[in-house]
Design a binder for this molecule. Structure first.
Ligand code: SF4
Length: 93
């Protein structure tokens, strides 16, 4: 899978982008619609891997892979590293 190829199967492709950028990430009822879409997404793991590998830690924004910016920051602080989807063999679902 080449870099970004997984995006063709993104579960959010037909969703309102604003769903993934709520006015507050700390109000679960505002984040829940995006989490629901991500929860059904076939490429959630690849999406999360890519955002973890590429986003600027000082400018985290948006719900990706079902996670909020604060949740991804916590994953980074915990030392979690996820290989970018482009480095994984075969498909990622
Ligand atoms: S995990 Fe969520 S943000 Fe990522 S591609 Fe799927 S639906 Fe979109």
């Amino acid at each position: 899978m080449s870099a970004g190829e997984w995006r063709r199967d993104a579960g959010c492709v037909d969703s309102d982008p604003e769903t993934f950028f709520p006015v507050s990430y700390r109000r679960e009822h505002l984040v829940r619609p995006a989490r629901r879409i991500c929860g059904r997404c076939r490429v959630r793991a690849a999406c999360l891997a890519d955002v973890m590998a590429t986003e600027d830690p000082a400018r985290r924004w948006g719900v990706y892979g079902g996670t909020t910016p604060d949740e991804r920051a916590a994953l980074h602080r915990a030392g979690l590293t996820i290989a970018p989807a482009s480095t994984l063999g075969g498909g990622v679902a």
